[in-house]
Design a protein around this ligand. Structure first.
Ligand code: OAD
Ligand code: ZN
Length: 234
């Protein structure tokens, strides 16, 4: 069903975003062509076991990710979302792009590339910078990126917040996610079960999709159209 909708008719909008949302800002996705996990094995860089084995290697990898993302800028899609009042962004992205665009409520399911925490004393530090100040905490332990890695549990309070927003929304717009990482992949289903109208934006949509409407286009142009703006050539 591809009925036309006016985004301004909805009261509670949730945007659910994945790596494809940042692709047009120049941030690589994880899977598919040019995906990060094609070049790097997550078992060596993005799990607690890897960090315990070789903290310096894991920190260097994440510092490299910081450098790559630092110069990237939010695109038109991020800005349109930020300009919309009373909406919520639930994101799997760790790049902070929604916040940089000015979105007010951003629920970061997988943590942030810009934050570190100390597994020993609980110290946390947030700093948007291409480098980590230090790999070590003042207490002597290695600092770890405050990211939900493979095999980690999601933060319960963050999940509760996301589920509350999903239960309240009347429109859910999922953008640029392959739907392969759980439990996040199941979140749009919650909105659907609660009666929200659900839209997927993805040039390569998920198979067996639960969505009412699928827009098989890149995030920027699809969002511009949804918001009633046309883009050159679109
Ligand atoms: P993936 O890399 O798995 O999927 C990216 C999706 O974006 C694919 O379905 C692409 O078709 C789509 N895509 C590509 N370019 C796009 C564009 N311009 N506009 C819209 N969509 C586009 O990324 P995620 O689903 O976000 O975990 O991956 C989920 C999690 O796996 C990530 O949060 C990450 C990773 O391991 C952490 O960072 C902790
Ligand atoms: Zn410490």
């Amino acid at each position: 069903m591809n009925r036309l909708i006016d985004i301004h008719d909805f009261r509670n909008i949730v945007f659910f975003t994945g790596a494809g949302m940042s692709a047009e800002s120049g941030v690589p996705t994880y899977r598919g062509k040019g995906g990060l996990w094609k070049e790097y094995r997550w078992e060596e860089y993005a799990c607690r076991k890897a960090f315990l084995r070789n903290p310096e290697k894991v920190l260097r990898f994440h510092e490299e990710r910081r450098r790559a993302v630092y110069d990237c800028l939010p695109h038109v899609g991020h800005r349109l979302m930020a300009d919309l009042r009373d909406c919520v962004v639930i994101t799997q992205n760790i790049d902070g792009m929604h916040q940089r665009a000015g979105s007010r409520e951003v629920v970061e399911l997988h943590g942030s590339l810009w934050r570190v925490r100390c597994p020993s004393c609980g110290f946390k530090k947030e700093q948007v910078a291409p480098q980590y100040g230090s790999y070590r905490c003042a207490c002597g332990s290695w600092l770890r990126p405050d990211i939900v890695w493979f095999e980690d549990m999601l933060d319960e309070s963050v999940v509760d917040k996301a589920l509350k927003r999903l239960s309240e929304c009347d429109l859910l717009i999922s953008i640029g996610t392959s739907g392969s990482v759980w439990p996040a992949a199941g979140f749009p289903i919650r909105a659907r079960e609660n009666g929200a109208y659900c839209i997927e934006i993805n040039p390569e949509p998920i198979r067996g999709s639960i969505y009412d409407r699928v827009i098989a286009e890149p995030a920027g142009s699809a969002l511009a159209k949804l918001f009633g703006f046309s883009t050159p050539g679109g």
